[in-house]
Design a protein around this ligand. Structure first.
Ligand code: PAF
Length: 281
């Protein structure tokens, strides 16, 4: 286990001098199958896998769940050992953000929409910590999950704009048998809410069905989804949107040859869940 930036610098310098390709999987721990699928994906593209576990304070706003965010380091380490991960970078907050820390990375515009509108400083925290992790680990390749589609788009844009020499891979969403997208925050769901929350997958699947049937009007698609979700008592819908896949701008009509995300964010009790489908026409 590597705890300091100094140790991780040395680790990656040595690996690179031996001609090894490093793959990074950034996580906030409390790992589930979704994270492990990222490890398996990155392994295909590198010689050494580094997983970072860091619950990043700058991506939580003061009213969010930073203190109660689930943590289980021992279990995480066992899971990663089973996957044959080569190194775990587990820094303390003061290692990443010492008292005099004052530098932030912001991907403008894209960081304000959807997740950014309800969580105004969230993406600035994500892009800042991901930049720090990239500089600490110096990976050749890094993998992120499509579950956080807007985060993935923002990181791709940051890598392009800041010219990080890192290949970014976006790995598909891993779902439970019920269709519920895996997330560390699913732990906040009661049994009943967990079952109710499958409406997000069912609404997305219905949207895909409508599109497959030829529907191109996004207002119509969204109306069907909203009706389905609002019919579930415990669901408090935040947004449903159909956006183009790079800048997350909403569109009125779907056109052939383009890629879109159908996005949904919804609260069930204490858990705020997000999910999406990628639509390639
Ligand atoms: O997706 C996450 O778990 C986090 O946002 C990330 C990318 C590890 C940055 O803290």
């Amino acid at each position: 286990m590597l705890n300091s930036v100094h140790e991780v610098h040395n680790y990656s310098r040595q690996a690179r001098s031996l001609g090894k390709k490093i793959g990074l999987v950034p996580t906030m721990g409390y790992l589930h199958e979704g994270h492990l699928s990222l490890v398996r994906e990155v392994k295909k593209h590198c010689d050494l896998v580094v997983v970072s576990i860091f619950v990043n304070p700058t991506q939580f706003s003061p009213n969010e769940d930073l203190d109660s965010y689930p943590r289980d380091l021992d279990r995480d380490i066992k899971l990663l050992e089973k996957e044959g991960v080569n190194a775990v970078f587990y820094p303390q907050p003061e290692e990443i953000y010492p008292g005099n820390y004052s530098t932030f990375v912001d991907v403008e515009e894209l960081n304000k929409r959807f997740e950014g509108s309800t969580r105004p400083t969230h993406f600035r925290g994500v892009t800042t910590v991901v930049s720090i992790l990239f500089n600490a680990v110096s990976p050749n390749v890094a993998v992120f999950g499509q579950k956080d589609a807007q985060q993935a788009a923002i990181i791709k844009k940051m890598v392009k704009d800041l010219k990080f020499d890192i290949d970014i891979i976006i790995a598909p969403i891993i779902r439970e048998d019920s269709g519920l997208a895996m997330s560390s925050r699913n732990i906040y769901l009661s049994e009943e809410e967990r079952s109710d929350a499958t409406i997000l997958f069912r609404a997305l699947r219905h949207a895909k069905f409508l599109i497959d049937q030829g529907e191109r009007n996004t207002a119509e698609i969204k109306k069907h989804m909203m009706d389905m979700i609002n019919a579930v008592n415990s669901a408090s819908l935040d947004y449903v949107a159909v956006v183009e896949s790079e800048l997350f701008l909403e569109v009125d009509e779907l056109v052939e040859g383009s890629e879109y995300f159908i996005l949904v964010a919804c609260r069930f009790g204490k858990a705020r869940l997000i999910d999406n489908f990628l639509i390639a026409l």
